[in-house]
Design a protein around this ligand. Structure first.
Ligand SMILES: Nc1ncnc2c1ncn2[C@@H]1O[C@H](COP(=O)(O)OP(=O)(O)OP(=O)(O)O)[C@@H](O)[C@H]1O
Ligand SMILES: [Mg+2]
Length: 248
């Protein structure tokens, strides 16, 4: 089943063209890696899928579960199961992780006409997901990301992802700034969340991550479009010979 279908997407900001006819299909259950030089539009693609409205969609179509995604707000997209882990996670001082997560889960349940999660169920879920990403209690007791180290923020993003159980997760350079142990933990977390229904877009500069999170497809994004797609071996070719080999 096709989960995400992007056709000839053109996106600009303040008159600057960033995405230039990008097409991408993702089936349920697949992991797609997106690689490419700095400033070629990877984070823009992630933001557009998640629904950040600062970007203009000039042309093209995005379908998610067969629905026109551009008609849904950021909130609706999140509730429909789209999760974006930011390249630079934000701090939310004064909002505890516990409240933040409980609220996010309840909002989603409300959207689907379900009752709020019980305290008992929520606590069990927190414990289970904390184990998944080997997250310390001291972090979940603090405000969201406040004073977290770079690596702790990234790990926290994966924890939030695990809690929200999204269908389409977009990880934007979640691996940058992680030490070897954190990289393994974060990757294991992602791998445990892989199901035949869930898909992932993994944006990364480093082939190393893809040894841990093995992608079904690797794409090269260059100058606003995908110029090459291939199997996981493509990431090795990129690491060896760089991007130039694919630029016409
Ligand atoms: N808010 C904005 N205002 C102006 N230009 C922007 C804005 N956001 C992105 N851009 C520009 O769009 C281009 C693509 O940016 P984007 O963040 O998508 O690149 P990227 O592929 O994620 O790069 P990196 O690998 O460095 O993270 C860049 O030239 C960037 O300066
Ligand atoms: Mg980026």
């Amino acid at each position: 089943m096709k989960l995400l279908e992007i056709k000839n997407l053109w996106v600009s900001i303040n008159g600057k063209q960033i995405l230039k006819g990008l097409s991408l299909d993702i089936n349920a259950g697949e992991v797609h890696a997106v690689m490419g030089p700095n400033g070629t539009g990877k984070s823009t693609l992630a933001s557009v899928i998640a629904g950040r409205s600062i970007f203009n969609i000039d042309d093209g179509e995005i379908f998610y579960k067969g629905k026109d995604l551009t008609k849904l707000s950021v909130d609706e997209r999140a509730k429909e199961g789209i999760f974006l882990s930011f390249q630079y996670p934000v701090e939310i001082p004064g909002v505890s992780m516990v409240n933040f997560m409980r609220n996010a889960i309840d909002e989603k349940r409300k959207y689907f006409g379900q009752d709020p999660i019980s305290m008992h169920e929520f606590i069990n879920m927190m414990e289970e997901k904390k184990r998944l990403v080997e997250m310390k209690d001291t972090l979940t007791q603090r405000s969201v990301n406040e004073g977290f180290s770079g690596g702790e923020k990234k790990k926290n993003e994966i924890f939030q992802m695990a809690m929200l159980e999204p269908q389409l997760s977009i990880l934007d350079e979640t691996d940058s700034g992680l030490d070897i142990d954190a990289l393994r933990i974060v990757s294991n977390g992602v791998n445990k969340l892989r199901t035949p229904d869930n898909s992932f877009i993994v944006i990364t500069h480093y082939q190393r991550l893809l040894n841990y999170i093995v992608p079904d497809v690797v794409h090269v994004l260059y100058d606003g479009k995908i110029i090459k797609s291939g199997s996981k071996e493509l990431a090795l070719e990129l690491e060896k010979d760089g991007y130039e080999q694919f630029i016409k």
